[in-house]
Design a protein around this ligand. Structure first.
Ligand code: CA
Length: 222
């Protein structure tokens, strides 16, 4: 999952990005509306976390512009404690949710999970089930034939994405975009290395390689 964080506060932005990266989300951090706009035209984000007071304008004007372009990317507004009018304007402009600053990172994770559940009906509250696999995005834990398997956070996100797209080919580039932000150097074989580890833990037939294109989990597993 790739997240665009639009926040001009250095400390707050850094802490939020670091926290999200620990949960294996790829986070691009923009401190101005102009940078955010450029990012939104270059990448396909799963969620935008949007501050209101930004050096080159109001976050809500960016949101308005996005909705005007029929861009439905889920947006979570981040507002100060007492700025009730921001919340109302944000929701009226088409925000999906809002968080009151300062917020607990756990609350942010929960909101993100809720948004991805709404976005993708493959995820249900009790976890994601696909054949003999079960994933719990809340704890990043996975079970294969009811046995807990030890997946790293990035391995978990890859498997989760492939399950959510079961029966469809997922391009290698999409997985890279999902896992690594723009400030991250990616080894050209990074995804292959993750795949190798996942297959070692789940058996080599779990994920099919579509040569030169990407990967998929076949529908029959569902
Ligand atoms: Ca601000």
């Amino acid at each position: 999952m790739r997240i665009l964080l639009v926040e001009d506060d250095e400390m707050f932005g850094e802490a939020t990005k670091a926290g999200l990266e620990q949960e294996a989300y790829a986070v691009d951090w923009a401190t101005e509306i102009e940078t955010a706009k450029a990012a939104l035209t270059s990448y396909d984000y799963d969620i935008v976390l949007l501050d209101i007071g930004l050096p080159d304008g109001e976050g809500t004007s960016l949101l308005k512009e996005l909705r005007g372009q029929r861009n439905g990317v889920p947006v979570v507004i981040m507002t100060a404690r007492d700025a009730l009018s921001d919340k109302i304007t944000g929701l009226d402009t088409g925000a999906d949710d809002y968080l009151v600053k300062p917020f607990d990172l756990d609350e942010l994770y929960a909101r993100i999970r809720a948004i991805s559940r709404r976005k993708d009906r493959a995820s249900i509250a009790s976890g994601i089930v696909c054949g003999d696999l079960r994933l719990d995005p809340g704890s990043l834990k996975a079970w294969h034939n009811n046995l807990l398997i030890d997946l790293g956070p990035k391995e978990f996100r890859i498997l989760q994405h492939l399950i959510e797209k079961v029966g469809k080919i997922v391009q290698k580039e999409k997985l890279q975009e999902m896992l690594y932000s723009w400030d991250h150097e990616i080894e050209s074989n990074a995804i292959e290395v993750h795949m190798h580890r996942i297959r070692k833990k789940l058996g080599k037939d779990t994920i099919k390689t579509i040569r030169g294109v990407g990967y998929m989990i076949e529908e029959k597993r569902k």
